[in-house]
Design a protein around this ligand. Structure first.
Ligand SMILES: Cc1cc2nc3c(=O)[nH]c(=O)nc-3n(C[C@H](O)[C@H](O)[C@H](O)COP(=O)(O)OP(=O)(O)OC[C@H]3O[C@@H](n4cnc5c(N)ncnc54)[C@H](O)[C@@H]3O)c2cc1C
Length: 462
């Protein structure tokens, strides 16, 4: 059956559109989690929406399951092929189709890398404010399907807030073109939300209309040292008030994280001579070039005077800004080393006021269960999002560590996935963050939209 389907697809897509054997392996075997790598039966590489529609219609008729692949930077196994699946890669659909200056929108194909979109917006004197460490490799279709967060959520919201319109292809090949450009449109259901954050389980995103924003005229960055989380929260509220909507990043790092990065990332340097319990990387983007710097330094000086900051280093050049960000982004470099130590990698959220309780409970659980662990905490704390990296040194322990931490997150009413999604890796813990009724509705939606279960089967809901 697969061979006649492959022949049908080959005739329509041409040799570039269907990769088989060794050509179908390489990067298509796993997402960035690297877990459970497996070559798909074939990699299908459509060059247009019509071709995506043809593939889905043919696969639906044949009952052939597909895994959808964007830039493969996902961290929870959603884009990793399972036995018997073909991969549908959007990598040949990477055109920026239109930049509408009046509407401040950009229409792009789903395989366009995020960084190419950021650059095209910048060349037009505008800004697309989604930003994450994987910007060079991830694709906008993947960002939309995972509702990616990243560094500037505190100011611009998650990907959901940046998408105005979508074109998607349903499991049976039906094309839904809804390339809305308007911020306000309440004409019936806003169907795009069925496809944002649903990780490719309900349809394939083929094109998107994105919101663009004015480019800030100034950018100011500081690395701050603090004593504890209470002071971090006070400083956050103070910055939100005084920087009047211009607070664009508020990244918190505990000393365990910063010390590990400084010890393991050659290019990372601390501006402080002493070590401190906590650090905040704060960024302000403004539109008043003459006064922005003063606003920023005054805000920091007031926080020092109030006793919330022990110290603050303000970046005086682009180079220094990059140096500060290198500490925060250095995590990408240390992940392979941690993975070898049996890493449990968490992307969780709890209301910010409960974060200390969560960390204390996790520390106590770890101390009871293991003689020694490497544990690091950092995150987009202004968005209540905490990244926790925990390794006991024995890969066999990771399952236990996931259970332990997710149970605590569930007890505090938090989310087991703040931004990376559920994919395969978090499915069995979904009920800690979603009620039985919510999960049942997800299942019913999936069954209604993909009755043959050919799109990313088994991901998100069991
Ligand atoms: C160094 C690093 C830093 C990261 N930082 C962040 C961060 O700050 N914030 C954050 O949210 N994430 C982050 N991530 C995770 C990852 O980059 C995001 O989840 C990203 O949005 C995935 O995009 P992708 O194109 O690589 O998708 P893929 O990994 O290819 O796919 C992800 C999921 O989306 C589905 N999918 C992909 N394309 C489509 C499509 N066109 N239509 C339907 N479904 C599709 C896939 O089937 C899969 O389920 C980071 C990852 C790395 C490696």
């Amino acid at each position: 059956m697969a061979s006649s389907l492959i022949e049908t697809l080959r005739q329509r897509l041409g040799p570039q559109g269907v990769l088989l054997g060794g050509d179908a392996a390489g990067r298509h075997v796993a997402d960035a989690s690297g877990a459970n790598a497996r070559a798909p039966l074939a990699v299908l590489r459509p060059a247009s929406t019509d071709e995506v529609s043809f593939i889905l219609s043919a696969c639906s008729d044949a009952g052939q399951p597909l895994v959808i692949q964007g830039g493969l930077t996902g961290l929870c196994g959603g884009a990793t092929p399972h036995a018997g699946e073909m991969a549908l890669s959007l990598e040949r659909m990477h055109a920026i189709e239109e930049l509408d200056h009046d509407a401040r929108t950009m229409t792009v194909q789903a395989g366009t890398p995020l960084e190419a979109i950021q650059n095209a917006a910048a060349e037009a004197g505008l800004r697309f404010p989604l930003d994450l460490g994987a910007r060079g490799s991830c694709a906008i279709g993947g960002n939309i399907s995972t509702n990616a967060g990243g560094n500037e959520v505190i100011r611009y919201g998650m990907t959901r807030n940046l998408v105005l319109g979508l074109e998607v292809v349903l499991a049976d090949g039906t094309v839904i073109t809804s390339l809305n450009k308007m911020l306000k449109n309440n004409a019936g259901y806003d169907l795009k939300h069925l496809f944002i954050g649903t990780e490719g389980t309900l349809g394939v995103v083929t094109r998107a209309v994105l919101r663009l924003f004015p480019r800030p005229l100034s950018r100011h960055t500081a690395l701050c040292a603090l004593r504890n989380l209470d002071d971090v929260i006070r400083f956050l509220h103070h910055a939100q008030l005084n920087l009047a909507g211009g607070l664009s990043a508020f990244e918190v790092m505990w000393d365990d994280y910063v010390n590990f990065i400084l010890a393991n990332v050659a290019s990372a340097k601390s501006p402080f001579t002493e070590q401190h319990p906590m650090y905040v990387l704060i960024e302000f983007e403004g539109s008043q070039e003459k006064t922005d710097e003063e606003t920023f330094t005054d805000t920091l000086a007031e926080a020092v005077k109030a006793g919330w900051l022990i110290d603050a280093a303000i970046a005086k050049s682009e180079k220094e800004m990059e140096e500060f960000w290198r500490i925060r982004d250095g995590v990408a470099e240390v992940l392979p080393k941690l993975a070898a130590m049996g890493l449990a990698n968490f992307d969780i959220s709890v209301p910010i006021g409960l974060m200390d309780r969560l960390l204390s409970a996790v520390n106590a659980d770890l101390a009871v269960a293991f003689t020694e662990t490497t544990r690091m905490a950092f995150g987009h704390l202004g968005d209540s999002n905490l990244h926790l990296l925990i390794a006991s040194g024995n890969p066999a322990d990771t399952g236990r560590i996931y259970d332990m931490v997710f149970r605590r997150v569930g007890e505090l009413g938090g989310s087991i996935s703040a931004e990376h999604g559920i994919g395969m890796a978090r499915r069995q813990h979904l009920s800690l963050s979603r009620s039985a009724e919510e999960i049942e509705l997800m299942r019913r939606l999936k069954l209604m939209m993909d009755p043959k279960g050919i799109l990313n089967p088994g991901r998100v809901v069991l």
